[in-house]
Design a protein. Structure first.
Length: 387
């Protein structure tokens, strides 16, 4: 049954302000979701985490389409596809049963988006990592005040999602707050144009894998269009192609979103039930453990810097961190990791003992800074709600 997905059009500025609106918003060690009643086509052979969202690569879908080899649109002046674009469309037809004619029609509408390309272009020089600066962008009075209002206005809906999925309402609200300031900024870029531009002409020739990732998101967008889930011609989002309050990429929309209000539609802008259920499901699918805090309130192990892996999974355990101390409670069997929050301008590093629940947030955005900011904003919201 087709699922209607409504995405609000909003303004460009928000994409620059939000945590997951762009891969450039992840300055740390630094790394976002689809309908339950829409089955994902084909079995992915490779899962790749980009700087922005989980993206899935399908076998042979990327043949003949290296963005580093050209700077030209996929459609020629006479309306036909370039040979390499036709090869891509044919692979899409073979794997997803999407007619070449439909792909051609959509690509004909996809103008080159110079603004998105510019925003995605590599920055000149290296920007120093600053945990304090990053945190202060999101754990600040406006997001706390607006978050409390949002939480109170949707308390029953958020409580239902928390009860069903086991992800605290505070975490759900914090992610919406970091991503789009509770829906105020969801992006006004044409997603079809953005994904076509970044997929076929990614502005950094040294990173061809990035074009590959965006081409797969474009394939997911076209699939969603064919299924009647959204209109690829008009849907809008960030300059990286993320949509709605949770800033889900097409691939994540296809695989993790939920119909939280059970009305037969998934609306990631106007339905807080759908938004909260979708975020909660994404986190649960990526390792959130019900009842488990993101960080443990324990003393740091000796030489924590040597225990930082920089990865997106908890790969250590209590005995590794504290070899001569018995584990309290059930912690002996809990995977753990050490997170480093670096502030280069200040010459400081904060270390924390993180659980799988923390690392599930890093799959939403590939950044320790991002995930830690979500946790701290959630804590601030909980404290403010009690006042």
């Amino acid at each position: 049954m087709p699922i209607a997905v409504t995405i609000l059009r909003s303004c460009l500025l928000l994409a620059l302000l939000t945590g997951c609106a762009s891969p450039h918003s992840t300055p740390a060690t630094d790394t976002a979701a689809t309908p339950s009643s829409v089955s994902a086509p084909a079995s992915p052979v490779t899962t790749v985490n980009s700087d922005h969202r989980e993206l899935v690569i399908y076998e042979d879908l990327n043949a003949g389409s290296s963005s580093a080899a050209r700077r030209q649109p996929p459609v020629r002046a006479d309306g036909t596809l370039q040979p390499w674009a036709l090869e891509w469309a044919q692979a899409l037809e073979a794997q997803r049963q999407i007619p070449v004619a439909l792909t051609t029609s959509l690509l004909q509408q996809a103008k080159y988006n110079a603004t998105a390309a510019k925003l995605m272009a590599p920055s000149k020089g290296r920007i120093k990592k600053s945990w304090v600066t990053y945190r202060n962008r999101f754990v600040e009075p406006i997001r706390i005040r607006e978050g409390v209002t949002f939480w109170r206005n949707h308390a029953e809906t958020l409580a239902k999602a928390e009860q069903q999925y086991g992800v605290p309402a505070s975490i759900l609200v914090a992610i919406i707050g970091v991503e789009t300031l509770y829906g105020k900024y969801t992006g006004d870029f044409n997603v079809l144009e953005v994904l076509s531009t970044l997929g076929f002409s990614y502005p950094d020739d040294s990173r061809p894998e990035r074009g590959e990732l965006f081409r797969n998101q474009l394939a997911d967008l076209i699939y969603l269009h064919q299924a009647g889930i959204l209109d690829a011609s008009t849907v809008e989002g960030s300059f990286a192609g993320a949509m709605g309050l949770p800033q889900f990429m097409p691939g994540s929309l296809l695989r993790y979103a939920k119909d939280g209000d059970n009305n037969g539609n998934i609306n990631l802008h106007d339905s807080i039930a759908d938004v909260s259920a979708s975020i909660a499901n994404f986190l649960l699918e990526h390792g959130w453990v019900v009842g488990q805090p993101a960080f443990l309130d324990v003393a740091l192990p000796a030489q924590p810097d040597s225990l930082v892996t920089g990865g997106l999974e908890a790969t250590l355990n209590w005995n590794t961190l504290y070899p001569n101390q018995p584990a309290p409670g059930a912690l002996a069997s809990v995977p753990l990791g050490i997170v480093n929050l670096v502030d280069e301008p200040r010459g400081t590093v904060e270390y924390r003992v993180a659980t799988p629940s923390f690392f599930s947030i890093t799959h939403y955005n590939r950044s320790y800074f991002y995930a830690a900011s979500v946790v701290e904003l959630a804590n601030a919201l909980e404290a403010a709600m009690k006042k």
